[in-house]
Design a protein around this ligand. Structure first.
Ligand SMILES: [Zn+2]
Length: 416
């Protein structure tokens, strides 16, 4: 589908196609592919969505994956990935990728880290070796990994924390955001793909869109438009304090990024608080830039956040839960290990069109799980990822329909 895109040198381009209430349906064009938003991004921590191969992810319609800088930095190392053409080349994934900054992963190491103005010293969870991340080195690592979208280095404030602690942490994140941006602007030309990468994929549909966008840029008199670069997103912090969140959002926007993330949530706070902070923070973000909510939620929650104006989300829940036999279905969450499924010949989810639900019975999936077969983790993950993608597609569809969608009693996932 041809879309009119605003003109600026290619990193990402974002266009909102329709709104419904606060919800937005849009298209995000990255140097590698087009992403329909709101979008759920499966987590591929180590360059792999655990248990699911890239061809299956493509078949499921995954348009963008998330990789973890901390894990990839430790293993196999940024230099190895960079030499293989970045994550896209290394893991043979032609579509879009986003990497986190490593800040949250380092934050979760607790006793193994020490924070200073300069950065964070941490010990590897693998072998105890000592490492250091600064805004500059986190940018260097993410440029080497070569994701389409990369994140400013931030400090994820712990919960609970008193106001002074939240403020000083927020201020540190703002100073690190400025340093992240400065380093990125000076080094963004070092990404392992670029002109050669773009000409190599020019036969593909996605690249056609990008080419036409580039032509638009050139027609508009822009120069240097063919030098595709990564896009850097800023991260809003501020704990569970609405006023600090507002200040963090306004000052992060002042620094200026290609998109804005809401970080520091899902760290143990009640869900109602998460919802309030998301809602109040979104109100202070520019409407023409992508809004990314980091590390949330259940299918109901991601549907709700999308309707509130979030464009991008990621969460380990569907993949991690799948490996523990917990499956999200249109009839609610089920634990496939339960004995009541032992003789159940029905599909896992009668409302799901994924390859697992089309082919296998609950009895078989329960048997695989009980027998500790590898295939259990593979099939469970495929279904859960598919369910999350379907949930986002349903929200996107209802936003595109706008007022005509009011008859849907449950916009998050119409039951069939
Ligand atoms: Zn399914």
């Amino acid at each position: 589908m041809a879309v009119q895109l605003e003109s600026f040198p290619v990193s990402i381009q974002f266009q909102i196609e329709a709104t419904s209430g606060l919800g937005r349906a849009g298209r995000l064009l990255t140097p590698h592919s087009e992403v329909e938003t709101p979008v759920f991004m499966p987590v591929g921590t180590l360059g792999s969505v655990k248990g699911v191969s890239q061809d299956v992810l493509e078949e499921l319609g995954v348009q963008i994956l998330l990789g973890n800088t901390y894990h990839l930095y430790l293993r196999p190392g940024v230099e190895t990935v960079r030499r293989m053409g970045g994550l896209h080349g290394f893991m043979s994934w032609e579509r879009s990728i986003l990497t986190d900054s490593g800040g949250f992963q380092v934050f979760s190491l607790n006793d193994l880290r020490k924070v200073s103005e300069e950065g964070v010293t941490f010990r590897s969870h693998l072998d105890g070796s000592s490492h250091f991340f600064s805004p500059e080195s986190a940018m260097e690592a993410q440029i080497g990994l070569g994701a389409d979208i990369i994140m400013a280095f931030d400090e994820c404030t712990e919960f609970p924390a008193d106001r002074e602690r939240v403020r000083s942490s927020m201020e540190l994140t703002l100073r690190w955001a400025e340093r992240s941006k400065k380093y990125f602007e000076e080094h963004k030309g070092e990404v392992p793909w670029g002109r050669s990468r773009l000409s190599a994929v020019s036969s593909q549909e996605n690249a056609k869109s990008l080419d036409s966008a580039r032509d638009d840029n050139q027609a508009g008199g822009r120069t240097n438009a063919s030098a595709a670069t990564q896009a850097l997103f800023g991260i809003v912090q501020g704990g569970m304090d609405r006023e600090l969140r507002r200040e963090s959002a306004l000052r992060t926007v002042e620094i200026g990024f290609a998109g804005y993330a809401i970080g520091g949530l899902s760290v143990g706070e009640p869900r109602e608080v998460t919802r309030e902070i998301v809602e109040s923070t979104l109100a202070h973000l520019p409407t023409d830039k992508p809004h990314y909510l980091m590390g949330v939620g259940t299918p109901d929650e991601i549907a709700l956040y999308a309707q509130m104006g979030v464009d991008m989300m990621d969460c380990v829940l569907p993949t991690r839960a799948a490996r523990h036999g917990l499956l999200f279905t249109s009839e609610g969450k089920i634990s496939i290990k339960q004995a009541r499924f032992a003789q159940d010949g029905g599909p896992l989810d009668p409302g799901c069109g994924c390859r697992v639900c089309q082919r296998y019975s609950r009895a078989y999936l329960r048997h695989l799980y009980a027998a500790n077969e590898l295939l259990a983790q593979v099939l469970n993950t495929i279904h859960n990822v598919s369910f999350y993608l379907d949930t986002m597609r349903a929200v996107r569809h209802s936003i595109l329909l706008g007022d005509r969608a009011h008859f849907l009693s449950e916009p998050s996932r119409p039951k069939s």
